[in-house]
Unconditional design. Structure first.
Ligand SMILES: [Zn+2]
Ligand SMILES: [Zn+2]
Length: 173
């Protein structure tokens, strides 16, 4: 309970009850946010992933000083992992947020089975690879990668990473 879910159409984190869309019978949707989904239907049923990435990218570009083209491509990568666009729900690493697209991306449990929660970089043989990593240290670690990947200012990258990882279960109190 109280676990943040991600809208499987736009990628918005949904924490409060009012963030969730609604089904035909008035119950809350499990998968989609209130902006994307109401009364059991998408609010924009014909929107394409590129149009969605264009919108999301424009917002990110403005908020975080990311060059527009980079923001759009990044948004498209993220959207491509969501149920509405991928056709199935792809899990994200609950520590770093990396999508667990393929089996090789998944971490391993003690018995050698694949983790369904964490990626191979964060979790091996049933343990975190960096068990003492704090949320702040994780921001310091991931922000420079994000900054160079998206060609954005480092302080903005820190803001974005801090905001993003606080939605991941490992960092939620
Ligand atoms: Zn949404
Ligand atoms: Zn990870």
């Amino acid at each position: 309970m109280g676990k943040t879910k991600t809208c499987q159409s736009c990628g918005m984190p949904m924490a409060k009850e009012s963030d969730f869309g609604t089904e035909k019978n008035g119950s809350k949707s499990d998968d989609y946010c209130t902006y994307c989904y109401q009364n059991g239907a998408f609010t924009e049923p014909v929107i394409t992933i590129d149009e969605m990435a264009e919108k999301g990218g424009a917002i990110m570009s403005q908020m975080y000083g990311i060059p527009h083209e980079n923001a759009k491509n990044f948004a498209r990568e993220q959207l491509g992992c969501l149920k509405r666009w991928a056709g199935r729900e792809i899990l994200f690493c609950e520590s770093c947020g990396m999508p667990l697209m393929r089996d090789e991306d998944c971490g391993t449990e003690n018995d050698g089975s694949k983790s369904t929660k964490y990626c191979i970089h964060c979790y091996m043989n049933g343990k975190f690879t960096e068990p003492n990593l704090t949320k702040d240290a994780a921001v310091e670690k991931y922000a420079p990668m994000m900054a160079s990947h998206l060609n954005m200012p480092l302080d903005k990258a820190k803001e974005m990473v801090a905001h993003y990882i606080s939605t991941l279960p490992r960092w939620q109190k």
